[in-house]
Write a protein that binds this ligand. Structure first.
Ligand code: F6P
Length: 549
């Protein structure tokens, strides 16, 4: 047994869970008419309601005791003060400095001036594109921006530009290419004019196979369709921490926006990786996004655990995963503009928390990160909610929605929210056999058929959900929501004693892909592969040869 699972706070939680696990969530409401007020918290315009979670006051108190036992507040302070808490890479995790307006120190040096200098550089570039000072090689204004990046160099910018569509400036279209599958790049390029297209090559390391391959193909397309080498500088900029690799690619230092090794890829949308966001929504709105995140940072740093939204969200997840045995976290935004939000949180959660050893390298004997998934409501209702209502999996669900839409179809928004509220109520209450029987009898269904149908029409309910309502999905609110989830992930990492800032698990597949690629391209006989991999490679070669005949 690990020190965590044998610790007093963990054992108290386990014992309390055994006591209350058979009490329906609905019964907590019957016993406590004030439950909604007591089990919800507000920060700014964000309301977090966890009253529909399967826990009571004692459970919450035990969770706070666990947080204290794991020294959560110390860890929060360590992150904010630039300690090298990413120990396997010997790096700080200072994404909070990207949105700070007071000094943040790394090794005794305030990093905020450097951050501001890059923000200034971004502002100048955004203004030059917008006011047409920066034009394409033929003198026409830039009309399309193509961001080439993957993972954290793609998901954040895509998610935010989609979420903030109402704030996007009409004269510029921003496109995203991430996949090594050439279909994505080809589909975008075939509709673009090189003379009016700007490429942003976004890669923290500038070594990522997908991004560099797409970047080279984009440059070839540019050169073959009217651009020349001298024009590349006007049409290609890079965002990276790796100046040497950027220059080697052929992009001059003055066309590069930098960031720092203390910014994890999945925490980087606030840095120059956010350049496509700033081009899409304008620099003022980008700064509002940063300000919203900063407000959440200050809330996280300075608020007592009991009223701290990221702490609460993280601890609810701990209760669900480690005590209720939830195996997935479903993110259900009732807002179509948040349609990439769960994909974004998937990288944030699964790269950060998909760890099997503690900070000290000992194997864990408790669950850590779970699968993160989801789609916007109401689409999900007609696709996978069946499993949520009547399947056998234990999951934790976050429902999110703005109280006010940004479109004029207000009655749609009321219907959308009615569905949100109905689903969380249905997941909690379920429908018992007696209710089903009465309904079927009222429909005049014969008794024998009622008995047959009954088990299929019963909903067990008692599924925990957290509801997050906010006033409107404006840049500041989105910034606060993303920071809320970043810090939630950090809270869970502290409880589990794992490092959320590395991602060694992505390396093995990359190494093997390089070996296999050279075997496939050079038609070399495969090295030591298993029979399945060799068989697949052989089959692929044969089939490809056949198509090319
Ligand atoms: O920005 P880069 O260095 O191209 O990396 C892209 C992504 O690849 C990963 O390293 C995973 O392979 C992510 O962590 C990262 O966001």
């Amino acid at each position: 047994m690990s020190t965590l699972t044998e610790s007093p706070a963990w054992l108290a939680l386990a014992a309390h869970h055994a006591q209350i696990k058979n009490q329906p969530i609905a019964s907590f409401f019957e016993r406590d008419p004030q439950r909604f007020t007591e089990f919800s918290r507000q920060f700014g315009t964000i309301l977090l309601d966890f009253s529909k979670q399967p826990l009571d006051e004692t459970a919450i108190a035990c969770l706070f005791a666990l947080a204290r036992q794991q020294k959560l507040q110390d860890w929060i302070r360590r992150m904010f003060s630039g300690d090298r808490i990413n120990t396997t890479e010997n790096r700080a995790a200072l994404h909070i400095a990207l949105r700070a307006d007071t000094p943040v120190y790394l090794d005794g040096v305030d990093v905020v001036p450097e951050v501001n200098a890059v923000l200034q550089q971004m502002a100048g570039f955004v203004a030059a594109i917008q006011d047409h000072t920066h034009r394409g090689y033929s003198g026409l204004p830039i009309a399309d921006v193509v961001n080439i990046g993957i993972g954290g160099s793609d998901l954040g910018p895509v998610m935010v530009t989609e979420a903030l569509k109402p704030y996007c400036l009409p004269q510029l279209k921003v496109h995203f290419v991430s996949n090594i599958d050439g279909a994505q790049l080809d589909n975008i390029l075939r509709n673009l004019n090189p003379a009016t297209t700007l490429f942003i090559i976004a890669s923290k390391t500038f070594t990522t196979q997908e991004t560099l391959t797409n970047a080279h193909s984009a440059r070839t397309w540019f050169l073959q369709n009217g651009g020349d080498e001298a024009a590349v500088a006007r049409h290609f900029v890079a965002v990276s921490t790796n100046i040497a690799a950027v220059q080697q690619f052929g992009i001059a230092a003055e066309n590069m926006f930098t960031f720092w090794d203390w910014v994890g890829g999945r925490y980087s949308l606030w840095s120059a990786i956010g350049l496509p966001i700033a081009l899409a929504i304008g620099m003022d709105n980008f700064r509002a996004l940063l300000a919203g995140a900063r407000d959440m940072d200050q809330h996280f740093l300075n608020t007592a655990l009991e009223d701290n939204l990221p702490v609460l969200l993280g601890l609810i997840g701990i209760w669900q995963i480690n005590f209720c045995q939830a195996t997935s976290q479903v993110i259900l935004p009732y807002d179509q503009s948040l349609h990439r939000f769960s994909a974004y949180l998937q990288q944030l959660g699964m790269e950060s928390l998909g760890k099997r050893v503690t900070r000290d390298g000992d194997a864990v004997d408790y669950s850590t990160g779970v699968i993160v998934w989801g789609e916007p409501g109401t689409n999900g209702q007609h696709a996978f909610y069946q499993l949520l209502h009547q399947g056998t999996q234990v999951f934790n669900a976050d429902f999110l929605a703005p109280c006010n839409s940004q479109h004029p179809l207000h009655h749609h928004h009321t219907m959308l929210l009615a569905n949100f509220f109905a689903q969380t109520e249905a997941l909690m209450r379920g429908k018992d056999a007696q209710t089903v029987r009465v309904e079927l009898e009222a429909e005049g269904i014969p008794q024998q058929l009622i008995e047959q149908l009954l088990p299929h029409r019963v909903f067990p309910g008692n599924q925990g959900t957290t509801s997050i309502l906010f006033n409107k999905l404006d840049p500041a609110t989105l910034g606060a929501l993303v920071a809320l989830y970043e810090h939630k992930v950090f809270v869970q990492s502290v409880i589990w004693n794992i490092n959320p800032f590395d991602q060694w698990g992505v390396e093995l597949g990359k190494q093997l892909a390089n070996t296999i690629l050279s075997e496939l391209t050079n038609d070399r006989s495969p090295a030591e592969h298993d029979a399945s991999t060799s068989g697949l490679m052989h089959y692929f070669r044969e089939q490809r040869a056949r198509i090319n005949e």
